[in-house]
Design a protein around this ligand. Structure first.
Ligand code: IPE
Ligand code: IPE
Ligand code: MG
Length: 243
C-alpha cells in the first residue's frame, strides 16, 4: 500500500507519550506514585485493545533521559514499578503473542532490571502479534547520536561525508518497524519532550487533555478516528494525493 492512501486505514504504528499521572493523583490528594500505578493499568488496557484492533506496533514513552531529574524518591519508585511490570506482566504478554522491545539506554538501569529486560525480550522474540516497544531511559537525541556511532563502528572504512539518511536509518531505534503514523500525547501538553524525533518526522499528532490513567479504549478509538480523517501529503499537493 502506498503511503498516500494510508490515511484511509488505521495506523500501523502508534506512539504514545503517557503524560498526566502525577496530576491525576494530585487531583485526588494522592501521592504521585499512585498515578503511576494507575498508569500501568492503562498500559495493560491499551495493549490489549491495540492487539485486538490488529495494530502492528505500539510504542510507549515510559521514562525519558530527562526524567532522572525528578526527585530521587519518585525515580526509585518508577524503577521499582518498571521492574515489577517486567517480572509480572511479561508472561501474559507472551501468551498474547506480543513481542516486547525495550528501547533506550539500558546501561542506566541497575543489573536486576537489565537482566529482566533481556529475559523479557528473548522470551517474546518470536511472537508475531503486536510489537510493544517501551521507551525507557530514552531520548530522541540520544537515539540519533547512537545511530551515528553504530554506523561508524559498522563501516570503519567509510568517511562521514558518505553518511546520509538512508545509510543512517537502519541504526535508528525501531528501524525494523513502520515509521510512526500517529503520535498521541495525553495530559494536555503539546510537545515532543525528546521522544522519537527521527521516527515521527511525518507522524500525525493528536493531543488530548485526558490524563493518562483516564485514557481508555474509547479514547484510543477517538484518536484513531481523528487519524483516519487526516490527509497525509508527504510533501505532495492535495491534488496529487487525490489521484
Ligand atoms: C508521565 O506522567 C509519566 C512519567 C513521566 C514517568 P507525569 O509523572 O509526567 O505526570 P504529570 O505530568 O506530572 O501530571
Ligand atoms: C515525558 O513526560 C516523558 C514520559 C511520558 C515518560 P514528562 O512529563 O516528563 O515531559 P515534560 O518534561 O513535562 O515535557
Ligand atoms: Mg508530565
Amino acid at each position: 500500500m502506498s503511503q498516500e492512501t494510508q490515511q484511509d486505514c488505521q495506523p500501523q504504528h502508534i506512539a504514545i507519550i503517557m503524560d498526566g499521572n502525577g496530576r491525576w493523583a494530585k487531583k485526588r490528594f494522592l501521592p504521585r506514585f499512585v498515578g503511576h500505578q494507575k498508569g500501568l493499568k492503562s498500559v495493560k488496557r491499551l495493549v490489549a485493545h491495540c492487539s485486538s484492533l490488529g495494530i502492528k506496533a505500539l510504542t510507549l514513552f515510559a521514562f525519558s533521559t530527562e526524567n532522572w531529574r525528578r526527585p530521587p524518591d519518585e525515580v526509585n519508585k518508577l524503577m521499582g514499578l518498571f521492574l515489577k511490570a517486567l517480572q509480572k506482566e511479561v508472561s501474559k504478554l507472551n501468551e498474547n503473542n506480543v513481542r516486547l522491545i525495550i528501547v533506550g539506554d539500558r546501561s542506566g538501569f541497575n543489573d536486576e532490571i537489565q537482566e529482566h529486560i533481556a529475559i523479557a525480550e528473548s522470551m517474546t522474540r518470536d511472537n508475531t502479534g503486536l510489537v510493544l516497544s517501551i521507551a525507557a531511559n530514552y531520548g530522541g537525541r540520544w537515539d540519533i547520536v547512537e545511530a551515528v556511532k553504530k554506523w561508524q563502528l559498522a563501516h570503519p572504512e567509510r568517511s562521514i561525508s558518505e553518511l546520509n539518511e538512508q545509510a543512517l536509518s537502519p541504526y535508528i531505534a525501531l528501524s525494523e518497524l513502520p515509521e510512526v503514523d500517529l503520535l498521541i500525547r495525553t495530559g494536555g501538553e503539546q510537545r515532543i519532550s525528546n521522544f522519537l524525533i527521527w521516527q515521527m518526522a511525518y507522524a500525525e499528532f493528536y493531543f488530548t487533555e485526558d490524563l493518562w490513567p483516564d485514557f481508555d479504549e474509547k479514547s484510543l478509538d477517538k484518536a484513531i478516528a481523528s487519524f483516519t480523517q487526516r490527509e497525509r501529503r508527504f510533501g505532495k499537493t492535495s491534488e496529487q494525493v487525490a489521484k
